[in-house]
Write a protein that binds this ligand. Structure first.
Ligand code: SF4
Length: 73
């Protein structure tokens, strides 16, 4: 498992993570920011845990995010 968070204050809603790099983990939220897919959320829409087989994809999104809003650890 890996912990994933999206800083909603930094996220510009550009869509790179949820449209291009990793739609398996990220989805556009109602406010336009990136949310975690519902099944991976823990507590709120911007943080949660993903299985190991989704880690590479989430890491690609982390690297691609232009404002470094995604953290995968
Ligand atoms: S790539 Fe970064 S800025 Fe763009 S929607 Fe995803 S978290 Fe937000």
């Amino acid at each position: 498992m890996a912990k994933v968070t999206v800083d909603e204050n930094e996220c510009t809603g550009c869509g790179i993570c949820y449209n291009d790099e990793c739609p398996e983990v990220f989805v556009e939220g109602s406010d336009g920011t990136s949310n975690l897919q519902e099944k991976y959320r823990k507590g709120n829409a911007h943080s949660g845990e993903i299985p190991d087989d989704k880690k590479d994809c989430a890491k690609k999104a982390e690297d691609a995010c232009p404002v470094s809003a995604i953290k995968v650890e």
